[in-house]
Every structure is written in structure tokens, then in C-alpha cells.
Design a protein around this ligand. Sequence first.
Ligand SMILES: Cc1cc2nc3c(=O)[nH]c(=O)nc-3n(C[C@H](O)[C@H](O)[C@H](O)COP(=O)(O)O)c2cc1C
Length: 161
Amino acid sequence: MTPAGAGLIINRFPTCLPPPMPELQYIAYTSTASRDIVDADLQYLLADARHFNAKVDATGVLLFNGLAFFQYLEGTPQACAAVMARIRSSSLHHSIYELCCHGIDARRFGDWRMGCTLVDDEARWLALHDPSLWTTRVENPAPCEGLTLLTAFWQASIGTP
Ligand SMILES: Cc1cc2nc3c(=O)[nH]c(=O)nc-3n(C[C@H](O)[C@H](O)[C@H](O)COP(=O)(O)O)c2cc1C
């Protein structure tokens, strides 16, 4: 006697279909400031960003070196899309370059509606922008090197991620 369904090959995720939508994802991107960004600009940007991020439950960190931004954002795909739409339409920056957009098992910056720090360590800044560090493989759930580097940097400069 064979159990019902025996001999049936069930391919749950056939290769012709996209992988299922992750519950959480992260996006890392870089951009160039459109003009001189003074402290008041940054404070306004952060207040506005944190207000919206709280509404959609998005978390992450923003790094600024005086000329360019690096941002890491995490949340549901819907939240990330809504935040990215606002980011793309901001007049404060241009040349947005997405380094990575990938599913993630858990938030890395869950306590930060948008943490922010200035970066004056040129070597670390450049390392974070290396696209090869942000390459992930769909079948590999381990965080990419870029995320590990960012977490270590944040821990060293701020404390807890
Ligand atoms: C580098 C950068 C990061 C931003 N991050 C966020 C964010 O995390 N969440 C959000 O809702 N908006 C974000 N924004 C949008 C800002 O809140 C918005 O640009 C700011 O309020 C000024 O808007 P304006 O340039 O269109 O006048 C970001 C904008 C920039 C330039």
C-alpha cells in the first residue's frame, strides 16, 4: 500500500516563477548631495524621515560624509517601496545608486527609525560603497559582507546596532 500522492514530484518553487516575496527586506544605496547640506537640512530630513518611517515601520541608518549619502533601510517590501519613493523624489540628492535589495531573516537596526552619523573615515566610507560586498545569492540567507561591515561600523561609532 503506498501513501496517497506517492510518486508525485512536487516542485514547490519551479524555476520559471520568481521566488516568494520575503517578509522583510533591506535596501542599501548611495547618492550624491545636490548642494551644501547644513545641520538644519539634516535635522529637517531626519525628523521628516523618522515620522514617515514610524508610520510604515521602516528602520535603518543613514551615513553622510559631507558630500554623499549612504543609506541602509529595512522593512516589509511594501514599506521599503514607500520609503524609497520618497527618497527618490527628494531634491536634496541625486545619482541614487542601489547597491543591494534583498530579503532578510530579521532586522539588524530594529531600534533605529533612522539612525544617522557623519563619517570622516575615508577608507571605511569607500569600503561600504564596494558593490561586490553587497552581492548576495538568493539561495544563501547569510548576510552579505557589506551588511556585516556596516553593522561593525555602527557598533564602533554608536554602540548597539
Ligand atoms: C539621503 C536621504 C535619505 C532619506 N531617507 C528617508 C527615509 O528614511 N524615510 C523617508 O520617509 N524619507 C526619507 N527621505 C526623504 C526626506 O525626508 C525628504 O527628502 C526631506 O523631507 C526633504 O524633502 P525635499 O527634498 O523633497 O524638500 C530621505 C531623503 C534623503 C535626501
